[in-house]
Each structure stands twice: as C-alpha cells, then as structure tokens.
Design a protein around this ligand. Structure first.
Ligand code: NPW
Ligand code: ADP
Ligand code: K
Length: 494
C-alpha cells in the first residue's frame, strides 16, 4: 500500500487510457485484474487478521477484482464469502468469476462479516445504484443465502430492478457496512461519480479505500471524499502521469548564515475596514516564516515584530516587498477600491483574497504583468468566474487560464490550479477550518511563501499545506488566531 502524497490524479477516461496503453504492450485485462485482485487480497489479509471477509461483487471489472481477491484470499487460508449483485458482464469479470470456486450469495440475503469489501462498482458507475434496471441473482424460494455453483457455471439471472421485492442495493450496502468491524472499498466506495466527486447514491462511510493504479478525483473532491476513509494506493503496474496531483509536503528553504530578514522575504498586507482580518493575515505571514511583515493601514497593537504603517503610495513603493496581500478585511467602499487600484499598479507579486476578489473581473486580473494568486471560496469564485456544473478541478483549471493566475479554489477540498493546466488537490483538510478568519490566515501564509521567491504554484501549494497541517495539529474548536500561531509548528516540522 502506497501513500497518496504527490500521486497523479486520473479521471476515469485517463485511467482507461493508461490501462489501454499497458494492454497494447501485450498485457491482457485479465492479467491487470489478476494484479489488482492479488494486491487487494494482500492488503485485506494484513488488515483482516483471522476475521471472516465478505466481498460484494458487481457486474463490471470492479466486481472482477473482487472475485480474484476472494480466490487469492481463500488460497491464503482466509475465511472468505462472496455476495454478488448480478452476473458479471465483462469478459474479464466472467473469467474472474469462473476462478472463484466457492458459493455466491445474493447481495440482499448476504449475512454480515467482520470485514466487508465493496467491489460492487468502481470507475464505471454511471447512474445511481437503484435508479435503473439491474440484473439480479435469481433466488429460489429455498435460497436463504449462498448459491453454490460449479466452476464456470453461469448464474441464473432475473432482469428486475435490484430493489424489486427486496432491499435496495444502497440499503444492503449500508447494513453490511454498519455490521462490519472494518469496511474496505475497492477503487471507490460504490455510488460515487469518479470525476465529479458527486454521490450518485449515498454510500456508507468506509474505513478504508484501496485505490487501484491511481488516485481519482472522487478520492479528493467533496462530497465523495468523505465516504472514502483512509485512502491507500495499490500498484497494479499501470504507469500513470497527470497534470493533476495530490498536494504534497513542500520542500522549503531554511535560513542559513547568509540569511537576513529581507532574504527570508518581505510581505506587505493592505488593511481596510476590518482590521482583524488583515491582522490575522499578517500574523500568519510571520508565523509561516516571512522575514519582515508590514501592515499598511490604520491598526495598532501587538505583535511588536509587525511593522505597522499608515497606507501610502510611498510605503507601497518599497522595492523589497516580495508579496502584497490585499483583500482580507478590505471592505468594498471607495477607499477599498483606491487601495486595490494602488496594489494592482504597484508592480509587486499579488495575493488577492476576500473583498478584493469582489471588486475585480478576470480580464483585469489577466492584464496584470506580475505573478498573481487568487484565493476564492466558492461564493467568491462564482461571482468572479460564474456558476457552473463542471467539477471543481475543471472549474479551477479554466479559471486559472482565464485570469492567467494561480487559483486556490478553497473549501473542504481545496484545488490549486495554474494557467498551464497543472493542478494540485489538497486531501483531507480538518472540518474545523470552517471558522471565521481561517481564509485570512491562508492568504498570509501564501504571502510568506511567495515573498520567499517560490514559484507561484509552489507558493500557493506550500501555503495550503502549512494551513492544513496547522489545523491538524490543533484538533477541535480552534479559532483563526490559534491557526495562525500553529503555522509555526507546521513550518518547524519540515
Ligand atoms: N483501470 C484499470 O487499470 C483497472 C481497473 N480495474 C477495475 O475495473 C473497474 C472499472 O471497471 P468497469 O469499467 O467495468 O466499471 P465498474 O465500476 O465495475 O461498473 C461498470 C459496470 O456496471 C454497470 N453499471 C453502471 N452503473 C450501474 C448501476 N447503477 N446499476 C447496475 N449496473 C451498473 C455497467 O453497465 P452499463 O452502464 O454498461 O449498463 C458496467 O457493466 C475499476 O474501478 C477497477 O476496480 C481492474 O480490474 C484492472 C485494472
Ligand atoms: N469543512 C471544511 N473542511 C476543511 N477546510 C475548510 C472547510 N471549510 C472551510 N475550509 C477552509 O477554511 C478556509 C476558510 O476560508 P474563507 O471561506 O475565506 O473564510 P474567512 O473569510 O472567514 O477567512 C479555507 O482555507 C477553506 O479551504
Ligand atoms: K467499489
């Protein structure tokens, strides 16, 4: 099992193309399925101990993986049962089914086991689990559970809705997962749309998801990600590359004997009507490691290391400023507009957040000839770039191209996109980040990274990583002030 940091993220079509490229070299789908099933069995065996395993198999290749895993687990001496939703449809899944010599129970009648493995649907799911006609195993009146079939014997089918006369697929999945001590999803929890991260049906929340060959958008995007539990990647020998990757731990410079405050990076924050927000951004920039942070506007108080100055064109003209943060607490009045205009023409690299995003349009941002990082939450994003039904990765990428800027599309699934198409997706942020002022902290942290002369995409990624790591360290019920302080521990951990 491999960790997911820095791993390529592939859509269903990209995964199929990667698989086809391997198949073109002479490796059959059956061989890929054998690798997948064997890798799954190895992982399940390590997790299951002496407990019985129940594997739920669907009609496609996800189900095929399940049959192979069942066979390999049985060969290892693990107690394993199989329950199927329907007869396998693909040739590879049929052949995997033929290799399973044990009984096959119907999904609706399957008794729970301590370890549940969901191989019902993976990247091929196109509609809700119970919305369509699904072939189901035909149950004889005497059949209370298992159907024993000799090798290769096709299962009898009844072409009725999965839910007809019995419990729905979703209900079966939930009740088996609830009864299990450990629930494991193969590739994806069944019910999720691979590329958009939508839930076509609501799956149970799994303890673990074993991603096959590559991470998919649904492992990271909401709402799908919340059903995956811990995600581990299984290598199935399919080479993958993608412009989209899982956010990884940054590599940041540490100060050396030749460092001084300006080489560490100078960040200027423009204050506005709500000084608390710009204070938070300033504190965050300091705690993320900037050498010099100045707050331009009317504000006072600690920390003493923060250089507070009235806003002026003179203060803004300081050539040492490596990153200028505008937006947190700026307001949207005429004074705010004037400050924004001064920032845009200052020639400094910009982090544009909060109110400033509401005072701009993509064309104006595109016309700037300095590095620009935009940090919208979904409301700000919609206003700036328009609403859309496209998935979050596509939206962030298109916005970055449109504005020729790095776009940090915030939320529980922050997506960072560059105009050249590169995308980084942050996994598993703390839900406790949903508190006022944490966005201001993020803007300040990114400011510190940009002022340290990181490439703008790397700066945005490093800021998001530090922010997420600081939140993880704090646990529950922290406030934005705590988060800004905790950036120090996050930075120190690198
Ligand atoms: N990529 C790789 O490298 C490798 C991938 N592998 C594995 O393959 C998985 C992808 O397999 P897959 O394409 O067969 O799709 P899968 O998720 O099994 O289901 C699709 C089937 O379900 C059907 N169907 C759809 N919705 C339905 C519904 N609501 N109710 C009922 N039926 C529904 C659909 O039928 P149709 O829509 O055509 O009617 C089709 O028959 C992938 O996640 C991984 O586990 C490995 O084996 C090897 C290496
Ligand atoms: N449920 C959540 N889970 C994880 N992170 C979240 C969640 N909600 C918000 N965040 C993060 O918290 C921050 C909130 O920023 P923002 O919405 O601008 O708040 P504010 O304007 O109050 O500072 C963003 O970095 C966002 O990614
Ligand atoms: K699955």
């Amino acid at each position: 099992m491999i960790g997911i940091e820095g791993q390529p993220v592939l859509t269903a079509a990209e995964m199929r193309a990667a698989e086809d490229a391997v198949i073109a070299t002479g490796v059959s789908v059956e061989m890929l399925m054998e690798r997948a099933g064997t890798a799954i069995a190895g992982a399940v065996r390590r997790l299951a101990g002496a407990n019985e395993v129940l594997i739920l198999c669907g009609p496609g290749n996800n189900g095929g993986d399940g049959y192979v895993a069942a066979r390999v687990l049985a060969e290892m001496g693990i107690a394993v049962r199989v329950a199927a939703l329907s007869e396998p449809k693909t040739d590879a899944a049929k052949s995997a089914r033929a290799g399973w010599l044990g009984p096959v129970e119907t999904l609706a009648a399957a008794k729970p086991a301590p370890i549940l493995v969901d191989a019902l649907f993976g990247t091929g799911l196109t509609r809700p689990l119970d919305a369509s006609t699904t072939p189901t195993l035909n149950r004889s009146p005497a059949d209370a559970g298992a159907q024993s079939k000799p090798l290769g014997t096709p299962l009898e089918l009844s072409w009725a809705p999965a839910s007809a006369g019995e419990r729905s697929v979703v209900e079966c999945l939930h009740s088996l997962a609830n009864a299990a001590q450990l629930s494991i999803a193969i590739d994806l929890p069944s019910g999720l749309a691979t590329d958009s991260g939508r839930a076509l049906s609501t799956p149970p929340v799994f303890d673990l998801t074993l991603a096959l060959g590559a991470i998919k958008p649904a492992h990271l995007l909401q709402p799908a990600a919340r059903y995956c539990g811990q995600i581990h990647l299984l290598d199935i020998g399919v080479p993958t590359v993608s412009q989209a990757e899982v956010l990884k731990t940054p590599s940041l410079p540490t100060p050396g004997p030749d460092s001084h405050k300006y080489t560490r990076g100078m960040v200027a924050i423009i204050a506005g009507t709500m000084s608390g927000a710009s204070d938070l951004a300033a504190l965050a920039a300091m705690r993320a490691g900037a050498g010099y942070v100045t707050l331009l506007g009317d504000s006072e108080g600690p920390p003493h290391a923060l250089v507070r100055m009235p806003f002026s064109d003179y203060a803004l003209a300081n050539e040492r400023i490596g990153a200028l943060v505008i937006g947190p607490g700026l307001g949207r009045d005429d004074a705010a507009k004037a400050r924004l205009e001064a920032a845009l023409t200052s020639g400094h690299p910009l982090i544009i957040d909060g109110d400033a995003l509401r005072l701009l349009d993509p064309d104006r941002i595109k016309a700037l000839d300095v590095p620009v990082i935009l940090t919208p939450h979904s409301g700000e994003f919609d206003v700036l770039f328009g609403k859309s039904n496209a998935d979050k990765i596509t939206r962030a990428r298109e916005a970055a191209t449109r504005a020729n800027a790095i776009v940090v599309f915030k939320g529980a699934d922050t997506v960072i996109a560059a105009p050249d198409g590169r995308v980084r997706i942050a996994p598993g942020a703390s839900d406790w980040l949903s508190t006022a002022g944490t966005g201001d902290v993020l803007a300040g942290a990114i400011g510190a990274m940009l002022a340290a002369r990181l490439d703008p995409l790397d700066a945005a990624c490093a800021g998001v990583w530090l922010h997420g790591d600081a939140a993880r360290r704090l646990g529950a019920a922290f406030i934005a002030d705590d988060l800004a302080e905790a950036l120090r521990s996050a930075r120190a951990s690198l």
